[in-house]
Design a protein around this ligand. Structure first.
Ligand code: ZN
Length: 138
C-alpha cells in the first residue's frame, strides 16, 4: 500500500472566504502515484472547513448569508466564548460546514459525483492555516 501526506497552506486576507482546492488535491493525487484508494482532506484548524459542493459564485454568497443567519459574527458579546477573542461564530460556522471530506480514487482520478468540487471554507482568516491531504491506496 502506498501512502502520501501533504499540508496545503492558506493565508486568506479576509475574515471569511471559500476557495476551490480541487486543483491542489488533483496535484497531490498525481504526486502520490496512487490509482486506487482514498483521499482524506481535512482542515487542521477549528475555525475552517473542508467540504464538497458545486463551484458557483451565487451559491457561495448564499452560504455566507445562511451562515451569518445561523451564527452571526456581530455582536461578538453574544457569545460566551468571546472573552479576549471574537471568533465564536467562526467555530460554529466550521461545525456547520464540516471538518473533512473523503473521496474515492478510481483509475487515477478523483471519483466525483456530477459537479462535485472540494472547497476550503475560511471563517477566521488573516493568518496562516493548513489543510491536510492524506492519500492511501495502490
Ligand atoms: Zn476561538
Amino acid at each position: 500500500m502506498k501512502s502520501y501526506r501533504k499540508e496545503l497552506w492558506f493565508e486568506v486576507p479576509t475574515r471569511r472566504a471559500f476557495i476551490n482546492i480541487t486543483p491542489d488535491v488533483v496535484q497531490c493525487l498525481e504526486d502520490s502515484n496512487v490509482t486506487e484508494g482514498f483521499v482524506l482532506v481535512n482542515a487542521m484548524h477549528i475555525t475552517a472547513s473542508v467540504f464538497i459542493n458545486d463551484d458557483e459564485s451565487g451559491l457561495h454568497q448564499d452560504y455566507e448569508t445562511w451562515l451569518e443567519k445561523l451564527a452571526p459574527h456581530s455582536p461578538p458579546s453574544q457569545y460566551h466564548h468571546n472573552v479576549g477573542e471574537d471568533n465564536a461564530d467562526a467555530h460554529m460556522k466550521r461545525q456547520l460546514m464540516g471538518r473533512e471530506v473523503v473521496v474515492a480514487i478510481s483509475g487515477g482520478k478523483l471519483d466525483f459525483g456530477t459537479w462535485e468540487q472540494i472547497f476550503y471554507g475560511e471563517f477566521d482568516g488573516r493568518r496562516k492555516k493548513r489543510v491536510l491531504v492524506k492519500i492511501i491506496g495502490e
